[in-house]
Design a protein around this ligand. Structure first.
Ligand code: PXG
Length: 464
């Protein structure tokens, strides 16, 4: 086969892609008809495709390129590490400098007594670690029956069998016989979609108290842990009412339930602080990390655990680990990413300067006739599409129909903004400038105008 390169015509690349590459979360036959967009390079917040189009990436890839694209320092860190020690494991009484340095750095950055990291290759793997870790923790303390993990409908924790069982995505459970046993799901704190006439505060409290009800129903002696994202990302950037997290924290402490904050999206500056737990005053026993840890430049994830959890786990052999746990190249890239985020004060600037600016502009989208609400925390935001603003109505058409129209209109306007159902979400690189924020919001508005006209013309502006 000839060398496949950036210089091949797009159609040829698309044909080869359709012939051999199975895409995640995709109906590949539909994609083959349409042809996948081929992304060839990126710099800052801008992607370039094989046709030479520049596109503003308001999703930071898949919520991960916090540092922005094209930082040569990370490439150099990877090259140095590959030349010195491309791989070694940490299983059999060995370690290496990148894993030592990264775990020490994470202990410094993570809040409270979260001082110990178990490395994985992704967020899914890290959450699989968490499932086995919390059950082993309680078994080691003589309570092996404490193994139920409570999570939430419409939460996302990954795509492996374990992590997708933690997740509350029904279509994922439907494929492959999920969830695994001893998983329990409670309602999400989604006031706009499910809060009805209640105030957001009332509703937030009510949804948190579903945790207490579930613990009482299952029996405190059977529940190991509760897991949640500080802000649901893949579920649609659902920012919980202010009453939610304090009540969850109270309940976990009262019943001695381990609290796992899934920081895969919220971590490393996304909410304007280093961790979403700091934004919401959460004191987790375990944090899941991935994505922004390396800004997506290398695949790496992990579980940062408290001194108390580590003390119990360190006394037994945890029969668990991945070939690439603490991969030296990924650790070196993550360390360089964290160094730059810190030295250039990127998290602080995103929180103090970019976030308030983006918030004001983003909230302006709520004035668009297609938009029911526009919410944002730090640099993760969403808008709800609606055929009727006053009643917060959903569309009569299948969920995601309107969202897809808006997403396509965004692409046509050189903007990547994702839809999850009929919510549009953004999570731009933390380094986005104010003028790029202006461009983002202008393009979003234009895309909404276009989509509004199309939905009206197609008779889709009907409430369910
Ligand atoms: N936890 C959270 C909160 C996530 O958002 C994972 C765990 C799993 O991480 P890995 O690295 O195994 O993918 C995620 C991943 C989407 C989308 O469509 C979101 C994710 C992944 C793929 C798609 O928004 N988040």
């Amino acid at each position: 086969m000839n060398m496949i390169s950036n210089h091949m015509p797009t159609a040829e690349l698309q044909a080869l892609d359709a012939a051999h590459h199975m895409h995640p979360f995709t109906t590949n036959n539909e994609l083959a008809e349409k042809g996948a967009r081929v992304i060839t390079r990126a710099k800052g917040v801008t992607l370039t495709d094989s046709e030479g189009n520049d596109i503003l990436d308001a999703m930071a890839g898949l919520w991960c390129v916090n540092l922005g694209y094209g930082r040569p320092e990370l490439a150099e860190a990877a090259m140095r590490q590959m030349q010195e020690l491309p791989y070694y494991n940490t299983f059999f009484m060995t370690t290496h400098v990148p894993a030592i340095a990264l775990s020490a750095k994470l202990a410094e950055l993570a809040p409270g007594n979260l001082n110990h990291t178990f490395f994985a290759g992704s967020g899914s793997e890290a959450n699989d670690t968490n499932i086995r870790m919390v059950r082993t923790y309680w078994a080691e303390l003589g309570k092996p029956e404490k193994k139920v993990i409570i999570a939430r409908h419409n939460g996302y924790h990954g795509s492996s069998v374990g992590s997708a069982s933690l997740g509350g995505m029904k279509p994922m459970h439907a494929q492959g016989g999920l969830p695994i046993p001893d998983m329990h799901h409670i309602g999400q704190p989604y006031w706009y979609g499910e809060g009805g006439d209640k105030s957001p505060e009332e509703f937030g409290l009510e949804r948190a108290q579903e945790l207490e009800a579930a613990i009482n129903e299952l029996g405190e002696d059977r529940v190991a842990a509760f897991i949640a994202e500080p802000i649901q990302g893949a579920g649609g950037v659902i920012i919980p009412p202010s009453t939610y997290w304090p009540e969850i924290q109270r309940i976990c402490e009262k019943y001695e339930i381990l609290l796992i904050a899934d920081e895969v999206i919220c971590g490393f500056g996304r909410t304007g602080n280093w961790f979403g737990s700091q934004t919401f005053g959460i004191r987790p026993d375990i944090m899941t990390i991935a994505k922004g840890l390396s800004s997506g430049y290398a695949p790496i994830g992990g579980s940062i655990v408290s001194d108390e959890v580590a003390k119990v786990m360190d006394a037994c052999e945890f029969v668990h680990g991945y070939t690439y746990s603490g991969h030296p190249v990924a650790c070196a890239v993550a360390l360089e990413n964290l160094r730059i985020l810190e030295e250039e004060k990127i998290v602080e600037k995103a929180g103090a300067e970019t976030a308030p600016y983006l918030k004001e502009k983003w909230q302006g989208l709520a004035d668009h006739p297609l938009v029911g609400e526009a919410v944002i925390e730090g640099l993760m935001g969403s808008i709800a599409l609606t055929p009727d603003k006053a009643s917060r109505a959903a569309f009569a058409a299948d969920a995601g129909t309107a969202g897809y129209v808006v997403r396509e209109a965004c692409f046509a306007n050189s903007l990547v903004m994702r839809h999850t159902g009929d919510r549009m979400v953004i999570s731009p690189p933390l380094v986005i400038t104010k003028s790029e924020v202006d461009t983002l919001v202008e393009r979003a508005w234009r895309a909404l105008d276009f989509a509004h006209k199309k939905l009206s013309d197609d008779g889709l502006m009907k409430a369910a």
